[in-house]
Design a protein around this ligand. Structure first.
Ligand code: NAD
Length: 423
């Protein structure tokens, strides 16, 4: 099977997901005839979302939703608002969600969606209009037992509240379980907002322990200062680590003595971005990930660690907060650099979907948990997944990424095999 040649998904991000899948399929000896059924998404939905602009004109934004497989239950995945979003990127993210959910033992297939819009370039009212129109267009294709959305880059709790409200208005009743990552005030769960970033640091700490390095006093850099990056930075500071570099799309700061994470968070909460925080601490964003430190956390875009960057890394742990930050060529370099412990994305950032699952379960039951219950159950799942991945990497003598993906792909494959091919 060629990877994505000729499919509607062709493009750098989908090709990367397809290449990774080929590596896993080879490792698991999956026959060529079975591979397309596992790789290609079940459904891709494309919609136009027209809205009234504030100036009275009409604008149309393209929206997508890709549901990768329906074998284990409803699909689950985030919604991304980004200017250059395309269906191939969305499909790749949906595929990674499938392996991630299976690895964590969640009863979901993967999905992803989004709108090609720059959320920072439109007004608050226009953002609400895009969000509501996107959900309205998706109503025939989603549902609490069909496909459950969540936040991703460029979306947040407010957008999830608009999604939930729009869906509910059409149903004539409140359906909180249609999305996760909602505000606690509208059926969200305690602990969801911080779950991904906290989970990243929980796992980075396990990786450091494996290298006999305590997190207290460890140094870290974080690329991206949105939901995942900022909560990772906050948690690092709480655990006694020194955050010596951070960046977002507007600025990059570095200080080997340690940055003041609380002050950075206050600044971003007030102004929306890192720019303007300091003139003295400004640094070159191109060098951030290559900083000499214990933990590097990419928490923004895909494909930021390419083969060149993989050679430049000077860290002990690469904890992948973002989805798909490391290219297959970079993986080949990292295979020759065993001193770097890679916590692969589908394990490292799985805290988000795990707590989304908890939110869905609570909404379905209308029985809500305390934050400490959420956190301790999250830690149990992450601990179990971490040990499964480490065990598999050792037994199969493969990278942590291959081990994590192999566990995920194997579970989806086994479920497809026992269900058979209908009709
Ligand atoms: P977000 O929109 O809250 O934040 C994104 C951050 O990345 C912002 O600070 C933005 O300024 C920054 N950024 C954008 N371009 C950048 C650049 N060129 N250089 C440096 N920083 C840049 O998004 P998020 O929810 O934090 O998601 C970040 C990543 O984590 C994505 O890959 C997403 O898929 C992944 N992820 C998110 C969740 C979640 O629960 N939100 C869960 C799992 C994985």
């Amino acid at each position: 099977m060629s990877t994505s040649d000729g499919s509607i998904y062709s493009g750098p991000v989908f090709d990367m997901a397809a290449r990774q899948f080929e590596t896993i399929a080879d490792h698991l000896d999956i026959p060529a005839s079975e591979r397309p059924r596992l790789l290609y998404p079940k459904r891709a939905i494309a919609v136009s979302c027209p809205i009234h602009r504030d100036d009275g004109s009409t604008a149309v934004f393209q929206g997508y939703r890709v549901q990768h497989h329906l074998t284990l239950g409803p699909t689950k995945g985030g919604t991304r608002f980004a200017p250059h979003l395309d269906v191939g990127e969305v499909a790749a993210l949906a595929i990674w969600m499938s392996w991630k959910c299976a690895l964590a033992g969640l009863p979901y297939g993967g999905a992803k969606g989004g709108v090609a819009v720059d959320p920072r370039a439109i007004s608050h009212r226009e953002l609400e209009a895009v969000s509501r129109r996107y959900m309205q267009e998706m109503i025939p294709f989603v549902g609490p037992h069909i496909d459950v959305m969540a936040p991703d880059m460029g979306t947040n709790e407010q957008v999830m509240a608009w999604f939930m409200d729009t869906y509910s208005m059409y149903q004539g009743r409140t359906v909180t379980e249609i999305v996760t990552g909602k505000p606690v005030a509208s059926g969200g769960t305690e602990g969801r907002r911080e779950a991904t970033g906290r989970g990243v640091v929980f796992l980075a700490e396990r990786a450091l322990e494996a290298r006999q390095v305590p997190i207290q006093g460890a140094t870290a850099v974080v690329q991206g200062f949105g939901n995942v990056g900022s909560w990772a930075a906050i948690t690092l500071a709480e655990r006694g680590a020194r955050v010596i570099g951070v960046s977002d799309h507007t600025a990059c700061y570095a200080d080997r003595r340690g940055l003041d994470v609380d002050a950075l968070v206050r600044h971003v909460t007030r102004t929306g971005a890192l720019a303007g925080y300091s003139t003295e601490l400004l640094a070159d964003p191109a060098d951030l990930l290559a900083t000499e430190c214990d933990i590097v956390i990419p928490a923004a875009l895909e494909r930021v660690v390419d083969a060149r960057m993989a050679e430049r890394l000077r860290c002990r742990v690469l904890a992948e907060g973002a989805n798909g930050p490391t290219t297959p060529d970079a993986d080949a370099v990292l295979a020759q650099r065993p001193e770097i412990f890679v916590v692969p994305d589908i394990l490292c950032n799985s805290g988000g979907v795990v707590v989304s699952y908890f939110e869905w379960v609570q909404d379905l039951q209308q029985l809500f948990w305390t934050e400490s219950e959420v956190r301790s159950r999250l830690h149990q799942v992450l601990e179990r997944s971490f040990h499964q991945v480490m065990g598999r990497a050792t037994s199969d003598a493969v990278s942590t990424r291959t081990a994590a993906m192999a566990i995920g792909v194997e579970k989806v494959r086994a479920a497809k095999q026992v269900r058979g091919l209908f009709p």
